[in-house]
Design a protein around this ligand. Structure first.
Ligand code: DX5
Ligand code: ZN
Length: 221
């Protein structure tokens, strides 16, 4: 299995963001998870497209996995396409017309992701399965890093895995929230192949050691 580990910038030292990203990439991260919060859809405020543009201008060319927690979302999809996002994921609650918003992402040349909150049913996944390249299951309520993993997310991962496999489409299944070295294998066994980790990586003293332990635990899953 080709597992991807995606450190979330939310837990990085923002005064040295470029260096922090280079450090986790050097430590073995596969892509960078870029959390965008608007103090409206979620009760927190993070960073916008200017910051992604600055990182690209500074030569950071890794896969950027942009998680939009903003409402309305459509205009910012355009901004993040221009800034150099590779993957853009959106919440169904953040748009009046999910089908159109997902199409906007692909038309702009990025991969499209759909995000399910802990209390959101994945029933509509089948309706948009041909429009998405990534399904993101939230294992915390969006808005903050450092929260505890919600165990029922494992069942939601299994359900999503079944829908993805039945479609035959090439779609990543990502888990976000409360992922640590000691529960990453549980998420893999439930069907996840892409793992966001903020505080578990950036909050650790040794990024390579933390990512290596995660990979060892994934290999044994
Ligand atoms: C929460 C964000 C997450 C968060 C994860 O709204 O979407 O990506 O940064 O942080 P940890 O890994 O600390 O739970
Ligand atoms: Zn996120």
């Amino acid at each position: 299995m080709n597992y991807w580990i995606a450190p979330s910038i939310l837990a990085a030292d923002f005064s040295r963001l470029g260096d922090e990203i280079r450090a986790v990439l050097e430590a073995g991260a596969d892509l960078i998870h870029f959390d965008v919060m608007d103090n409206h859809y979620v009760p927190n405020l993070s960073v916008g497209p200017l910051v992604l543009t600055a990182l690209r201008d500074a030569g950071i060319d890794c896969t950027m996995d942009v998680h939009l927690m903003v409402k309305p979302v459509d205009r910012l999809i355009g901004d993040f396409l221009t800034s150099g996002a590779d993957i853009i994921s959106i919440h169904p609650e953040s748009t009046e017309h999910l089908h159109r918003s997902l199409a906007l992402i692909r038309e702009g040349g990025a991969r499209a992701g759909i995000v399910f909150n802990p209390a959101t049913s994945i029933a509509l996944l089948e309706e948009v399965i041909d429009l998405v390249d990534l399904v993101l299951i939230m294992s915390v309520n969006p808005g903050f890093g450092g929260q505890a993993f919600i165990a029922s997310s494992l069942e939601k991962l299994r359900l999503a895995r079944n829908v993805i496999d039945a479609s035959g489409n090439e779609i990543r299944l990502e888990i976000d929230g409360g992922i640590k070295a000691d529960n990453i294998a549980d998420a893999a066994r439930a069907g996840a192949d892409t793992f966001v980790a903020g505080s578990a990586i950036f909050g650790s003293a040794d990024y390579p050691a933390t990512i290596t332990t995660m990979r060892e635990n994934l290999a044994a899953a």
